[in-house]
Ligand binder design. Structure first.
Ligand SMILES: NC(=O)c1ccc[n+]([C@@H]2O[C@H](COP(=O)([O-])OP(=O)(O)OC[C@H]3O[C@@H](n4cnc5c(N)ncnc54)[C@H](O)[C@@H]3O)[C@@H](O)[C@H]2O)c1
Length: 263
C-alpha cells in the first residue's frame, strides 16, 4: 500500500467492520487516524471521539473536538434497516451530509471526503425527483423534518443509501470549486456484523444468493482498499463519483445478464 506517513484522517465507523479495516490499514501505512464512533475502536487510533451520529448535538460536540487540518474524512458508519427508520436516515444520510460540509473548515487544500454508501441504493434513478426534494433542504434538522413528512415505501436503508449516493454525485462540482473532492464506495454484501440484519430486512435468499453467484461475500478489506484509494492523492481527478465494489453482480444486473434482486 502507498505510504501515508504524515497524513491525517478522520474515520467514522472505525469501531467495527469496514471502518475498522480502513483505520487499521491507514495506521499500518503510517497515517494518523482519529475515530468518530459511538463505540471504542480496537485499532490503535491516535484519538477516539465519541459521537452518536443520530443526534445532531452530539455531532456538533464531536466536531468541536476535532483539530484539523485533515487530509480526508472517510465516513463509513452506518446502520441497517432493522433500526428505526428515522435513525437509519439520520446516520446513513443526514450525518453524512452534515459531516461532509463541516469538513470544508477542516480539510487541507486538495483534501477529500469519501463515503461508504451501498449497492442497496441502486434504485436512485427511480426516485430521483423525490431525492432532489430532500437535497433541497439545508440542514440536518430540516432534512429530518422532510423525512418525517415524506415517508417512503420499502426499506428505509435503501432510501437512505439512494439519497447518499445522489448527494455525492450532485456535490462533486461544489467540492471541486472549494478545492476538495467527494466520492462514494458502493459495496455489495460484506462479511461484517450488520450482514445478519441485511438478511432479515432484504431476505436471506437475496443476500446469500449473491454469495452463491460469486463464491463468497466481500470481506471488509476488499472495501477498505477502495475507500483508501479514493481518499488518497492517486484518485486526485476522481470526484462526484461512486465506485461499486461487489465482485461483478451490479454490472451483471445493469446489463440485464441477471435479474434485479428483490430487496
Ligand atoms: N456489511 C455490508 O454488507 C454492507 C454493504 C453495503 C454497505 N455497507 C455500509 O458500510 C458501512 C459500514 O458498515 P459495516 O458493514 O462495517 O457495519 P458494522 O456494523 O460492522 O459497523 C458500523 C459502525 O458504525 C458505527 N455506528 C453505527 N451507528 C452509529 C451512530 N449512531 N453513531 C456513531 N457510530 C455509529 C458502529 O459503532 C460501527 O463501528 C455502513 O455505512 C454500511 O451501510 C455495508
Amino acid at each position: 500500500m502507498t505510504d501515508h506517513t504524515g497524513k491525517r484522517y478522520v474515520v467514522t465507523g472505525a469501531a467495527s467492520g469496514i471502518g475498522h479495516s480502513v483505520a487499521e490499514k491507514l495506521i499500518k501505512a503510517g497515517a494518523e487516524v482519529t475515530s468518530l464512533d459511538r463505540n471504542d475502536p480496537t485499532a490503535p487510533v491516535a484519538r477516539q471521539v465519541k459521537v452518536d451520529l443520530a443526534d445532531e448535538e452530539s455531532i456538533d460536540a464531536a466536531l468541536a473536538q476535532l483539530e484539523g487540518p485533515y487530509d480526508a474524512l472517510i465516513n463509513v458508519a452506518g446502520v441497517p434497516g432493522t433500526a428505526p427508520s428515522d435513525v437509519v436516515f439520520a446516520v446513513n444520510t443526514l450525518a453524512v451530509r452534515k459531516l461532509a460540509e463541516a469538513f470544508f473548515e477542516l480539510l487541507v487544500p486538495g483534501g477529500n471526503v469519501t463515503v461508504i454508501s451501498s449497492t442497496a441504493g441502486f434504485g436512485w434513478p427511480q426516485r430521483l425527483e423525490t431525492i432532489r426534494e430532500f437535497l433541497a433542504t439545508d440542514t440536518y434538522e430540516e432534512g429530518a423534518a422532510w423525512y418525517r413528512d415524506h415517508p417512503q415505501e420499502g426499506n428505509a436503508y435503501n432510501f437512505s443509501k439512494e439519497c447518499t449516493t445522489v448527494y455525492v454525485h450532485a456535490m462533486g462540482l461544489a467540492f471541486h470549486e472549494l478545492g476538495f473532492r467527494l466520492n462514494a464506495v458502493l459495496p455489495g454484501p460484506v462479511e461484517t456484523p450488520i450482514l445478519q440484519d441485511f438478511r432479515e430486512t432484504m431476505g436471506e435468499d437475496t443476500i446469500d444468493g449473491l454469495a452463491t453467484l460469486l463464491g463468497r461475500h466481500a470481506n471488509p478489506e476488499d472495501i477498505a482498499d477502495v475507500a483508501i484509494f479514493l481518499a488518497s492523492d492517486e484518485a486526485r481527478w476522481v470526484n462526484g463519483e461512486s465506485i461499486t465494489v461487489d465482485g461483478g453482480t451490479g454490472g451483471a444486473v445493469l446489463s440485464g445478464s441477471v435479474p434485479i434482486p428483490e430487496f
